[in-house]
Design a protein around this ligand. Structure first.
Ligand code: SAJ
Length: 429
């Protein structure tokens, strides 16, 4: 089946790259977002998020007239829903954006259309939540229009490559919906396209991110054990990973982002009696900022009150601008509860910006100037390439806590710093 017009709902980290990739393949794309600022900036060819290569891609799509941005959907051959699925305070999935997006399509749904949900969703969403909403149009899913779930699986920082190269799963509400979905993504996907049913596709996505979460949790738990037993977790992991069937991930200040720290909860919510391991892994990773604070406390001889700390790196992972669910922000908040004054730095902040109650500056010098301790929380390239020789002239701090193992300890030590790392069981004299 051929799709000439594609309507993409949600122009965030997934919707915008997807919309502009289709547009650059010559498809007419209507990008829809409920945020007028997003729509307005896109109309001028400007991009509101940072992702390598995305700015140029969007500019060329808008310039060619193939991508237009607007606040409401309109008639199209295919609709792709790529809106956020955050969680409520009680960790249950908030499907409000998916529901609103689906409802906004109803007046424009016609016979023969294809609707794809890409947003990460609890199992059975496509069948039990999405289909009934779309059927308010009077059309029947699988009979009058095609309906499928196709999860995005791209890695922030490599979205444009992975969108095209990764294998794509398409789970249809029936076989034909999956096949028609393949025709759509064939426009740009060069990876394998695997067809299955909608609920399997939903589970595949959740299983992938949950597996990664559990694997990071074991690395984090090892970091605490290493601390207890006075060994270096980084060295131990490196040695263990020489085993042909072992591949331990890296510990750190915790797991953030909008995917891995959220998605496992969708399974816990739907089947609390079957998800002990998944829930515990989530709690281990969520507890890691507290571990970082406990280490900082040990460094400061159990008294954090009145101390000045520079927290370096605030995004949820290196070289992205995304601060959603960032464990680094959590570390700052917990340190503040202990009575410290924290200056937070991130190269992706605009001047000084407030993220979930934390003031984040992009001026490294002013953040480090009066600090007693530097805590490295995110391995941004700019932080990795800092030279101890230069830093020592920019800060009063002599103590450094590296939670991500990015510093050359010898280099920093020889420049007068006392360097401590998460997961190495340090003692402070
Ligand atoms: N992290 C660690 N240790 C590690 C690896 C990661 O602590 O060894 C932390 C990161 O610092 C970050 C978090 O985990 O806080 C998640 O980072 P990530 O790079 O593992 O993953 P995301 O959230 O950026 O993207 C994931 C990817 N999923 C998998 O790798 C299974 C991506 O492919 C998905 O498309 C994306 O979630 C999504 O949108 O669901």
């Amino acid at each position: 089946m051929e799709f000439n017009t594609i309507c993409v709902l949600g122009l965030g980290y997934i919707g915008l790259p997807t919309a502009s990739t289709f547009a650059n393949k010559g498809k007419k794309v209507i990008g829809v977002d409920i945020n007028p600022d997003v729509v307005h900036s896109l109309q001028n060819g400007e991009v509101h998020i940072y992702e390598p290569g995305l700015g140029e891609l969007v500019k060329s799509a808008v310039k060619s007239g193939k991508l237009v941005a607007q606040l409401r959907p309109t008639f199209a051959d295919a609709f792709i829903i790529a809106v956020p699925t955050p969680f409520h305070d009680g960790k249950s999935a908030n499907m409000d954006y998916v529901v609103a997006a689906a409802e906004s399509i109803v007046p424009f749904l016609r016979k023969g259309n294809l609707v794809i949900l890409e947003s990460t969703s609890p199992p059975l969403t496509t069948q039990e939540l999405l289909a009934p909403i779309l059927e308010k149009s009077g059309l029947i899913a699988g009979q009058d229009f095609f309906l499928a779930y196709s999860p995005e699986r791209v890695l922030p920082g490599r979205i444009l490559e992975e969108l095209i190269e990764n294998a794509r799963v398409i789970g249809g509400i029936d076989r034909q919906s999956a096949e028609v979905g393949r025709d759509l993504y064939n426009v740009f996907v060069i990876g394998d396209i695997i067809l299955t049913d909608a609920t399997t596709a939903e589970m595949v996505k959740l299983m992938e991110n949950t597996t990664r979460d559990v694997n990071i949790a074991i690395a984090n738990e090892f970091s605490r054990l290493a601390d207890r037993f006075g060994i270096d977790v980084w060295e131990a992991i490196q040695i263990a990973n020489l085993h042909p069937r072992i591949d331990i991930l890296q510990p750190g200040p915790g797991v953030g982002g909008h995917c891995i720290s959220v998605d496992p909860w969708f399974l816990v919510e739907k089947a609390p009696d079957l998800t002990k391991l998944i829930k515990t892994a989530r709690q281990v990773n969520d507890g890691q900022p507290e571990f970082v604070v406990a280490l900082t406390k040990r460094l400061m001889k159990n008294d954090l009150n009145g101390k000045t700390i520079a927290a370096l790196g605030m995004t949820y992972k290196p070289n992205v601008d995304d601060m959603r669910e960032s464990p680094a922000l959590e570390v700052v908040k917990l340190l503040e509860v202990e009575g410290t004054q924290v200056f937070a730095y991130d190269p992706f902040a605009n001047d000084t910006e407030c993220f979930s109650g934390v003031q984040v500056s992009n001026d490294l010098e002013s953040v480090m100037k009066d600090a007693e301790v530097l805590i490295f929380l995110v391995g941004h390239q700019i932080l990795r390439s800092l030279k101890a020789e230069e830093v020592k002239h920019l800060t009063t701090a002599h103590v450094v806590l590296d939670t991500i193992n990015i510093l050359d300890v010898e280099e920093w030590t020889s420049n007068g710093f006392q360097v401590y790392r998460l997961g190495e069981g340090f003692q402070v004299a």
